[in-house]
Design a protein around this ligand. Structure first.
Ligand SMILES: Nc1ncnc2c1ncn2[C@@H]1O[C@H](COP(=O)(O)OP(=O)(O)OP(=O)(O)O)[C@@H](O)[C@H]1O
Length: 231
């Protein structure tokens, strides 16, 4: 459903991604792996349209999104949980959630129960400012905010980074439950191989901004890990 074809992207004079091609299918969790700085976040931003592609294409059900704005991509069904979460610190938890509805194709709806039910802690803190939440709570809020528009594709950029183990487990359960409904595709940038193996179906490894290896998560061998992922 989501395809990236021969994508090139970068910042200023520097080219970060070169000739990246990948595909994310409905009901699958596709993992994006690679050492620090290889371009995982840059790829996420390019798919979302926060960063413009210099070459290549991003398509969704065959529809070319490459020239579309991030808002248009969100309305088309792509949800994004950025690295670092990007919660609005001065807004309340509830207001942060309402902002997720801005990406919804139909305006004026309420935040769907399905988004909230996955994070039962959030309704207990609706009136608190986003900036006063712990990192793990902010991550849950960012995730629920992305789910508010009921996306068909979810881009998750290192959702477990700096998060306490109990919340990592909660996030794993949420990803599994989304996967089990079979409707949503997930692209997950992740450093933890244990996490990848517990939720992932397919993986792509980036090295120097290009896809260096890909395969089913069960086939992720120690040799591939040593060659492309060990620091
Ligand atoms: N806004 C920016 N301006 C210039 N260079 C940038 C910018 N953001 C990232 N880079 C550079 O692009 C390269 C890829 O960074 P990116 O954040 O995409 O990697 P990553 O694989 O997500 O790394 P990490 O696992 O550490 O998050 C790095 O060399 C980084 O320094």
């Amino acid at each position: 459903m989501l395809a990236v074809q021969q994508l090139e992207a970068g910042y200023g004079e520097s080219v970060i991604l070169r000739n990246v091609t990948l595909e994310v299918k409905q009901g699958e969790v596709v993992c994006l792996l690679g050492r620090n700085g290889v371009g995982k976040t840059t790829l996420m931003k390019s798919i979302m349209g926060v960063l413009k592609a210099r070459k290549g294409r991003v398509t969704y059900y065959g529809d070319d999104l490459t020239k579309r704005t991030p808002g248009q991509r969100a309305k088309r069904g792509i949800g994004y949980v950025p690295q670092g979460r990007e919660i609005f610190p001065q807004l309340t938890v509830f207001e942060n959630l309402l902002l997720g509805l801005e990406a919804s194709p139909e305006k004026g709806r309420v935040v769907p129960e399905s988004a909230i039910a996955k994070f039962p802690v959030l309704p207990t803190m609706y009136g608190r400012r986003g900036g006063d939440l712990s990192g793990g709570q902010q991550q849950q809020l960012a995730f629920a905010r992305a789910l508010a528009s009921q996306p068909e594709v979810l881009l998750l950029d290192e959702p477990c980074e700096g998060i306490q183990p109990s919340i990592v487990d909660d996030i794993r359960d949420v990803i599994r439950s989304i996967k089990s409904d079979g409707k949503t595709a997930i692209l997950l940038a992740e450093q933890s191989l244990e996490f990848v193996k517990s939720v992932g179906d397919y993986f792509y490894i980036l090295e120097k901004g290009s896809v260096a290896w890909e395969g089913n998560c069960e086939s992720l061998s120690d040799e591939v890990i040593r060659r492309y992922l060990t620091v």
